[in-house]
Design a protein around this ligand. Structure first.
Ligand code: BG6
Length: 485
């Protein structure tokens, strides 16, 4: 398939475009050497020059020198997304750019916009004929995809009236991270792991995505959303699905997605009878930042109400009710203002039988396989070895693989995902049924919490979260294994 294309980017003056998309497009432009052009669309009355200046600044903010030839491929069109007339002008510009750059009418429409505009924009794109070029068309949309299953279904219906499912690329930027993409290879290309990747050998799985940042400038979005919808509904459940899925019959997009869907469908629903045992919701109080400075409580943050009940932390115990995973808890946790910025997937293997020989070894630890997603990227296998200083005990040792030792350039998630979209590979984007099943699970939790109304568990900023989250594991006789970063 021809990979030359234009990108028509809505939300071109927004935060995401400036922080992530322009640096990613610039790097891709330099690597791919494929005909490409971009039309930035937003309401501000910029012209091509002011737009290029903004792009240059955002690339240089990453410490890179911006290529003039890249800037020459960037154009700006000022548009009010509700105004039908305006789309004609955009179509004319798109057609001119197609011809000038030899892009065969291939178009990526990237909506870096609030979801309430998705339906309007896709509808107008169709009405104006922008989606009817000679080439292929693709739609890239950002989360949040709805606020619950019902709103997600409405949104999906709106989009689907202009784009087919296989033309829709729903971004979950975690799927663009190198070590997340590595999970399938680690599992399926290494028979030593795959043969023990089940409830006979695995005691539990722990998935953590911790952040040191607080709500920052996103109060109006975050306070209506919270960690359950902001992180669990998408990134956390995607990591669960990739860790737990069956090997697909072929390593092709739809087969991989089918296997993820089966996992999401097998997650035991949370309801009012079990919510207290499975879910912990927390909110950060004041405390200390990792740099030693004082941190204020969530309720003291600007534009957050003083009695906000929003969760900035969620820990959950999930069960995947299928043959492979029956009885194995998957513990997940995510939160803001925690002690470290780190994402890790830890597989805890069952312990060696406590026969008389091993009984004397007080230092023996369970084997752990740690997939370090970020900021450090790699794999660690934690083992026990003979301790020659104390012959009657073992010594915990580790075998490590550092991703950056092997590959000196790693790609940023957005760079990978945009490149996949240009190549027409939607494997690392979420299909509609994945989104729907994730909402189904999260809606169950929200409903149960509403009925049961358990108090929020407050935690001190700069710690690893509320005590109640430790209790969740302590009840099962285990702990959250310390993160490496
Ligand atoms: C986003 C959330 O999807 O992911 C943010 O909306 C969160 O609240 C971010 O901070 C975390 O991403 P990363 O890549 O920094 O772990």
């Amino acid at each position: 398939m021809n990979e030359s294309s234009s990108m028509i980017l809505f939300g071109a003056t927004g935060d995401l475009a400036q922080r992530k998309l322009y640096p990613a497009l610039h790097r891709l432009y330099k690597k791919r050497k494929k005909p490409f052009a971009m039309i930035g669309v937003a309401r501000r009355p910029y012209n091509h020059e002011t737009f290029r200046e903004m792009i240059k600044n955002s690339v240089e903010a990453q410490g890179e020198t911006c290529d003039q030839s890249f800037l020459d491929t960037c154009f700006y069109f000022s548009l009010d997304v509700q105004d039908t007339e305006n789309y004609r002008g955009l179509k004319e510009l798109a057609e001119k750019v197609d011809l000038d750059f030899g892009l065969y009418g291939n178009r990526i429409f990237y909506l870096a916009l609030a979801p309430e505009f998705f339906g309007i924009v896709t509808n107008k794109l169709k009405e104006s004929g922008l989606t009817k070029g000679n080439g292929w068309k693709r739609l890239v949309i950002e989360k949040p995809f709805g606020r619950d299953l019902e709103s997600a279904e409405i949104l999906n219906k709106e989009i689907r009236s202009s784009f087919e499912e296989d033309e829709i690329y729903r971004i979950d930027h975690y799927l663009g991270k190198d070590m997340i993409q590595n999970i399938q290879v680690i599992r399926f290309a290494n028979p030593i792991f795959e043969s023990i990747w089940n409830n006979h050998h695995i005691a539990n799985v722990q998935i953590t995505s911790s952040e040191t940042l607080g709500v920052e400038e996103r109060a109006s979005y975050y306070d209506r959303t919270g960690a359950l919808m902001d992180m669990v509904q998408n990134h956390m459940l995607q990591m669960v699905a990739l860790t737990a899925m069956e090997p697909p019959s072929r390593m092709v997009t739809e087969d991989i997605r089918d296997e993820k869907v089966k996992v999401l469908r097998s997650i035991r629903p949370v309801d009012v009878s079990n919510v207290g045992d499975l879910i912990v919701r927390g909110q950060y109080g004041s405390g200390t930042l990792p740099n030693g400075l004082p941190a204020i409580a969530y309720r003291e943050e600007e534009n957050i109400s003083r009695d906000s009940e929003t969760d900035t932390y969620v820990a959950a115990k999930l069960f995947i009710d299928n043959f492979r995973w029956a009885g194995v808890p998957f513990y997940i946790r995510t939160g803001k203002r925690l002690k470290t910025k780190s994402t890790e997937i830890i597989i805890q293997f069952k312990e060696a039988p406590a026969n008389p020989y091993f009984k004397t070894f007080t230092n023996m630890k369970p084997n752990l396989l740690v997939i370090h997603v970020q900021p450090y990227e790699g794999i660690t296998l934690k083992l026990n070895a003979k301790n020659f200083a104390h012959p009657m005990d073992t010594l915990p040792i580790k075998m490590e693989f550092a991703h950056t030792d092997e590959f000196n350039t790693t790609s940023e998630a957005y760079e990978r995902l945009i490149s996949d979209c240009m190549r027409g590979d939607s494997t690392n984007f979420t299909r509609w049924d994945e989104v729907a099943l994730s909402w189904h699970y999260v809606d169950g939790i929200k409903e149960a919490l509403k009925k049961k109304n358990p108090p929020l568990a407050f935690y001190e900023s700069g710690t690893m979260g509320p005590i109640a989250a430790d209790d969740l594991l302590a009840k099962d006789g285990t702990i959250w294994w310390p993160l490496s970063q």
